[in-house]
Ligand binder design. Structure first.
Ligand code: SF4
Length: 314
């Protein structure tokens, strides 16, 4: 059962100095923190993001976002896309059915701005708001970005147990495309031995080519999973020399699996960097105990929290 927590925020839009190469957004916001979709590989659970509670059940709702957005939009001078969604929540997870924060925010953008929008989601609940999206698109453009790594429902049921089916996502892309909006696919993460199979990727690509999605984003990262029997209980992802995510299921934490994963990263690279929130002393000390050293500290542009960059080399 979902436990909702309502938390007003002081500001809605975060502005990036540069356009984000991944979301294409200059501005961004996210109506929720944590995510009911419960994807097994979700790095939103990793300690880097410091999301408290049970990631799939304790959902933080930001009810005052539409009002803040309405007033902030009037003050924007610099053009750029507004990217909605984040790595720690899907804006169209099922709590949105009742809250309708996205509907209200999209209406504010439609009525008060000439900025385009990119929405990242796995959910066809966005179809409820497709008419509003279409109006925004006529003025300034809408890009729908859907995460999709396979067409195999068995894999979806294991990796993304509460997210909409792959076929629903394909239909979602088709519908947005047929209304003339831009569509893109985030084919990530590709998990070694599970979703990086060439044949599977080829069939996915064929479907996406037929729909004529505008772009397919395939990450240049490696993900390794830790399994017990047939169950995945932890993973880490390396992007070049950066440890982008590391996670162990809560019921298996404190049993040395995180240590095995972090030591395994060192067999893959000669040097590794990672970032961790400054307030997250437990994780900072964990990395320190595995010979990662302080490099610098800075503010995370997505959350506003201070984060520390740490590094290890052979
Ligand atoms: S939909 Fe996205 S944010 Fe939600 S659990 Fe899956 S990967 Fe995480």
């Amino acid at each position: 059962m979902i436990r909702k927590q309502y938390k007003n925020v002081k500001k809605c839009l975060k502005k990036s100095r540069l356009v984000n190469y991944f979301t294409l957004g200059k501005y961004s916001f996210s109506p929720y923190v944590a995510c009911e979709h419960g994807c097994l590989y979700c790095d939103g659970r990793s300690e880097k993001y410091f999301v408290s509670g049970d990631f799939e059940k304790d959902i933080i709702i930001r009810p005052n976002l539409p009002d803040l957005l309405g007033s902030e939009l009037k003050k924007i001078r610099e053009p750029g896309l507004i990217s909605i969604g984040s790595g720690v929540s899907d804006p169209y997870q099922s709590v949105e059915k009742g809250e309708a924060i996205m509907t209200k925010c999209l209406k504010r953008i439609r009525d008060n701005s000439r900025l385009g929008v990119s929405v990242m989601t796995k959910s066809n609940l966005i179809l409820r708001d497709i008419d509003i999206c279409e109006k925004i698109h006529e003025k300034s453009g809408v890009i729908l970005m859907v995460s999709l790594t396979s067409l195999d429902e068995n894999i979806r049921q294991i990796l993304e147990p509460s997210a909409p089916s792959f076929s629903e996502r394909v239909e979602l892309l088709r519908e947005f495309k047929s209304r003339g909006m831009y569509t893109g696919v985030l084919a990530l993460p590709l998990i070694y031995g599970i979703t990086d199979n060439f044949k599977q990727l080829e069939s996915l690509y064929e479907v996406l080519k037929e729909i004529d999605v505008r772009h397919v984003y395939i990450p240049d990262s490696e993900t390794y999973v830790f399994t017990r029997a047939t169950k995945i209980i932890g993973f880490y992802s390396l992007y070049e020399n950066i440890l982008a995510a590391i996670f162990v299921l809560p019921e298996f934490q404190g049993k040395g699996i995180g240590s095995q994963l972090i030591e395994h990263t060192k067999t893959q690279r000669n040097q590794i960097e990672l970032s961790v929130y400054k307030d997250n002393e437990y994780s900072y000390n964990f990395y320190k105990s595995h010979d990662f050293k302080f490099i610098c500290e800075q503010q995370d542009e997505h959350t506003g929290f201070m984060e520390i960059t740490m590094g290890w080399s052979k």
